[in-house]
Design a protein around this ligand. Structure first.
Ligand code: FMN
Length: 193
């Protein structure tokens, strides 16, 4: 039985393109995995605090102050328990939302999700990730910085099997947004088959 962890990060709870395509993904995933379990985390509703020096000290300590890493432990357990991860991610000021960055800062943790210093080894093995990104108007042909950044973060933890579903130009080209969504819906169907 597969478990999917869905992580949403758009501030918009309505009319969000990334969440809308995420809903479609979930609908299709449920068809493919009728007994599957879906867990949801919305980093805009349950804000994850920025890490502090105290948190980092606890990350590296043999006897950590458990209060400062309690949430990190919970988030990491959640990641270990899932087989697949869906991230829905809008572009804010050329990057991923700070709420989502705070999430990764809490789960990328030595001896928990990776080991090593120079030669790194991710510890989350045999997991698959799906990235839905939405951008208002990124110049065509430029690399998608959301996909680049999220790929590095996932790879650091050992997740290298990643599928991408980008929606670009959501602000500049409202009329054809339905077409963009339809195109990525067909990509989702291909990848889930
Ligand atoms: C605070 C903020 C900053 C944004 N910065 C960018 C940006 O740097 N580049 C861009 O192409 N779009 C930018 N946008 C537009 C969003 O990426 C776009 O509206 C996207 O569709 C949002 O995702 P959503 O539809 O899932 O909410 C920004 C939007 C907001 C609210």
């Amino acid at each position: 039985m597969n478990t999917l962890l869905r992580i949403d990060s758009s501030l918009r709870t309505e009319q969000s393109y990334s969440r809308t395509l995420g809903d479609y993904f979930i609908q299709q995933w449920k068809i493919k995995n009728p007994d599957g379990i879906i867990k949801e985390r919305d980093v805009t509703r349950q804000l994850i605090p920025h890490i502090t020096q105290q948190t980092v000290n606890a990350f590296f300590s043999e006897n950590p102050d458990t209060e400062s890493i309690h949430l990190s432990d919970e988030l990491i357990n959640e990641l270990y328990q899932c087989d697949e991860i869906l991230i829905t991610c809008p572009m804010y000021n050329y990057g991923i939302p700070s709420s989502l960055k705070a999430y990764f800062d809490s789960v990328i943790r030595t001896k928990k999700t990776f080991t090593g210093n120079i030669s790194l080894k991710g510890l989350l093995e045999n997991k698959k990730a799906y990235i839905i990104s939405s951008m208002g108007g990124m110049s065509p042909g430029t690399h998608n910085p959301l996909e680049n950044h999220l790929t590095l973060l996932f790879n650091h933890m050992g997740i290298t099997d990643i599928c991408y579903f980008p929606l670009n130009g959501t602000v500049v080209d409202e009329i054809s947004n339905a077409e963009k969504i339809a195109l990525q819906q067909s990509e989702i169907l291909k990848h889930l088959n």
